[in-house]
Design a protein around this ligand. Structure first.
Ligand SMILES: NC(=O)c1ccc[n+]([C@@H]2O[C@H](COP(=O)([O-])OP(=O)(O)OC[C@H]3O[C@@H](n4cnc5c(N)ncnc54)[C@H](O)[C@@H]3O)[C@@H](O)[C@H]2O)c1
Length: 341
């Protein structure tokens, strides 16, 4: 297939691009506006491949989208472009409404008018709301209950995609995944932020008491699942994707500290857990997310292959070796966001 992927210079999108070029024979058109979250270095390993093309296009610009679709005539769309940082959505929800809602609407219309055969929309488990500690994990039947501007905008975009499937007969697919982690993750998100600060011996900010629980999914496992759904998912279906690795934020931060202490102890010999500093919680911070991914396992044969400890080791090692990637992004990521209410 000729696959047009949006947001392919972001964290997950670039993993999908690398996977599509490295492990399949699909053609890839990477459409990205290049916001603060985009890094061209994340696709440098594949950018000279003849099956790869890049288009700098804003999904909020319908005319530019029309031209890009007319030029490339893609068979399928994988839609990952979004404003994705919850804290930023609290300080400035407008960009989230524009990109995640209006942008998705524009993209659906461009795809429909150009006769795209499959439209795969990538969404989040956050649309399902917050779980109590003993509640069962989210399934594809869980009712939507988004609670942040980010998750509300993603929930709205999911509804648009379903509506375009029902109303216009488009072959739409939706995936809702848990928290991703791995190489090339923008340094404002928890795992890269804490890794970089812990390497330097700086204070490690943890929201509230650090007891919020997330299910962690290694990004390369996720990229594999997304390509499988784009290729073989049943039109009209939704698939949940998770890592089966629930951890509290404090457990995640502690694991990073232990790993770095074992390979590169601080000069004064202090354990890095001494650097943990509890800071004011994010407003409306969801307590727990957990994903039941049995459907994609039963129907498409996917399962996560990288456990949390192994994935974290690979991730921390990658950040130790790739300051040339994350160093220039530091100034965009340092400011604490999400405190305005
Ligand atoms: N990262 C996670 O843990 C996670 C979890 C669940 C769902 N998701 C979803 O997966 C998708 C990818 O997430 P990510 O973490 O890779 O995001 P990211 O913020 O790392 O990357 C987003 C990319 O989209 C591009 N983009 C933003 N606005 C655009 C616009 N108007 N037009 C074109 N391109 C634009 C950016 O330039 C960037 O390259 C998003 O839809 C997100 O909601 C992410």
């Amino acid at each position: 297939m000729k696959i047009l992927i949006t947001g392919g210079l972001g964290f997950i999108g670039s993993a999908v691009v690398r996977h599509l070029i490295g492990d399949s024979d699909h053609e890839v058109i990477n459409l990205d506006k290049m916001t603060y979250a985009a890094t061209t270095a994340s696709v440098s390993s594949v950018e000279n491949n003849p099956r790869y093309t890049f288009e700098q296009t804003d999904i909020c610009d319908p005319e530019a989208l029309r031209e890009t679709f007319a030029k490339h005539r893609p068979d399928a769309v994988m839609h990952l472009a979004a404003e994705s940082h919850v804290d930023r959505s609290i300080d400035g929800p407008s960009a989230f409404i524009h990109t995640n809602l209006i942008g998705t609407f524009n993209l659906l219309e461009a795809a429909r008018n150009s006769g795209v055969a499959r439209f795969h929309h990538v969404s989040t488990d956050e649309v399902y709301g917050s779980l109590g500690m003993t509640d069962p994990a989210f399934t594809e039947q869980t009712s939507y209950d988004p609670r942040s501007p980010y998750s509300a905008s993603k929930a709205g975009s999911d509804h648009l995609v379903r509506a375009w499937g029902e109303t216009y007969g488009m072959s739409t697919l939706i995936t809702n995944c848990s928290n991703n982690y791995g190489p090339y993750h923008f340094p404002e998100k928890l795992i890269p932020l804490v890794t970089i600060k812990a390497m330097a011996g700086d204070p490690l900010p943890v929201y509230g008491k650090g007891d919020n629980v997330r299910d962690w999914l290694f990004v390369e496992d996720h990229a594999r699942a997304l390509v499988l759904v784009a290729e073989s998912g049943l039109p009209g279906e939704t698939y949940n994707i998770g890592g089966d690795e629930e951890r509290t934020n404090l457990e995640v931060v502690t694991a990073i500290c232990h790993q770095l202490d074992s390979i590169d102890p601080l000069p004064d010999g202090r354990p890095r857990t001494d650097l943990i500093t509890f800071v004011a919680d994010r407003p409306g911070h969801d307590l727990r997310y957990a994903i039941d991914h049995s459907k994609i396992g039963a129907e498409l044969g996917w399962a996560p292959t990288v456990g949390f400890e192994q994935g974290l080791e690979r991730t921390v090692e990658w950040y130790r070796e790739n300051e040339n990637w994350w160093g220039p992004l530091q100034q965009l990521a340092t400011e604490r966001r999400g405190l305005k209410t």
